[in-house]
Design a protein around this ligand. Structure first.
Ligand code: KG4
Ligand code: ZN
Length: 333
């Protein structure tokens, strides 16, 4: 019955979770609103806010789970990838906790954890499955052969899908983070109102920088003709951009599922919270006889529950790490 305390601090969410015997008992997420004023995450500020939030987040996670710190058997933490200063806060906390309690430490790869979040739910994918992982920093198609045996078979050559969402929202004058706002506006818009180009990239790779440029020019030209263009057409623009990003992602996912002959298809990462993307995946899955796995909203964006479930499966394998571990801004699988 291992009780695991998990810490996530790779970007701008400070999160702590308690997992007992593979069941998530708490998942506390402290969002950092300070970055809104800057239109993006400011790494230096993120580290400082993690420093302020980490102890209260852990205390709350233990309280919500009704578990005493004395009953924790291991500490799992995000080692990378992420912002180094942010990671350092979580890694240092995890080390100190483990040292004080004389319990083992478990390192977790943040991108693997987004995928392993699917093992929190009752309905779990079976190996091998394909996962489209879409976040603010990554866009990957991953062939998941086992819990920790994953192969990236496609990825973005430039911007991530979340970045494309956030940059579009910036062009539209929406506050940061823009992804959720594009989603909200898109719900009342027509996704076929405007046609943005689909990049022609070979294999399972993606590119979003051309799309970003075409959106920029499209807005610039239309605003030159009508200064109220954005205001008058906000919902249609958001719906059309969202639809294009979703079709780019899902067409590559389908290509991968077809070529590998895989029917269990999953979605992960912050952008998997997007309604248009979730709907398109569900529709495509129905047409192709896939078993589709979409995480609960709470487990889409950054959270420590996914670190806890990944940590639990490493605990079962006896995979621990020493106190000399350091965070990694880049961390391949
Ligand atoms: O995985 P995540 O929380 O953090 C990273 O590891 O990057 O992903 C954050 C990204 C941001 O780009 C954010 O705009 C996007 O996920 N996002 C969304 C939605 N919710 C979050 N994008 C579109 N629609 C959403 N509902
Ligand atoms: Zn993430």
């Amino acid at each position: 019955m291992p009780a695991i305390l998990a810490i996530e601090s790779s970007c701008d969410e400070t999160s702590a979770s308690v997992c007992v015997d593979g069941a998530i008992l708490s998942n506390v997420i402290a969002n950092q609103t300070i970055h809104e004023a800057y239109g993006g995450v400011v790494p230096e500020l993120a580290s400082r806010v993690h420093q302020q939030n980490i102890v209260p987040a852990v205390q709350q996670a233990l309280f919500n789970a009704k578990v005493s710190k004395n009953d924790i058997d291991a500490v799992a933490f995000t080692r990378g990838p992420g912002l180094l200063g942010s990671l350092l806060v979580g890694v240092s906390f995890a080390k100190a906790f483990a040292l004080a309690r004389q319990i083992p430490l478990i390192e977790v790869n943040h991108m693997q954890a987004h995928i392993l979040a699917h093992f929190i739910a009752e309905k779990k994918p079976s190996f091998p499955f394909i996962c489209l992982t879409v976040s603010g920093g990554h866009t990957q198609i991953v062939l998941v052969k086992d819990y920790f045996d994953m192969e990236v078979i496609g990825q973005t050559l430039d911007d991530a899908a979340g970045e494309a969402m956030d940059k579009t929202s910036k062009i539209l004058g929406l506050p940061y983070p823009g992804g959720p706002l594009i989603d909200k506006n898109a719900r009342s818009g027509n996704p076929d109102a405007y046609k943005f180009p689909e990049p022609q990239i070979p294999g399972f790779d993606f590119s979003f920088s051309g799309l970003k440029t075409s959106i920029l020019y499209f807005i610039r030209d239309n605003v030159a003709a009508n200064p109220n263009f954005i205001k008058e057409n906000m919902n249609d623009i958001c719906a059309s951009v969202e639809r294009r990003i979703a079709t780019i992602l899902i067409s590559k996912l389908k290509k991968a599922a077809d070529e590998y002959g895989i029917k269990d298809v999953a979605l992960a990462g912050g952008v998997s919270a997007n309604t248009g993307l979730r709907n398109l995946l569900t529709e495509t899955g129905e047409k192709n006889g896939w078993n589709v796995f979409i995480p609960k909203f709470e487990y889409c964006t950054d959270n420590a529950a996914m670190i806890a479930i990944a940590g639990y499966h490493k605990y079962l394998k006896g995979e621990f790490i020493g106190q000399d571990v350091a965070p990694l801004a880049r961390m391949p699988f």
